[in-house]
Design a protein around this ligand. Structure first.
Ligand SMILES: [Zn+2]
Length: 65
């Protein structure tokens, strides 16, 4: 069972099994908005605003699906 840690406060963040790369989650402990950046194991990071990165992830997801 993957239990990712909040990069901001270090608490475990609950992520639903339907989460995928790019999904937004919110830390219940510090209310920081986080983004799923990897799934095996689940890793969280602060959301990126750069469009270039989003496009790269979108292409990758299409491949996985
Ligand atoms: Zn947190």
């Amino acid at each position: 069972m993957n239990e990712p840690l909040c990069p901001s406060c270090g608490e475990v963040v609950k992520v639903t099994s339907s989460a995928r790369i790019g999904s937004e989650v919110k830390c219940h402990s510090c209310s920081t908005k986080l983004e799923v950046v990897w799934l095996d194991p689940i890793e969280l990071d602060w959301p990126l605003d750069e469009d270039e990165t989003d496009e790269e992830y979108a292409t990758y997801l299409d491949d996985e699906d």
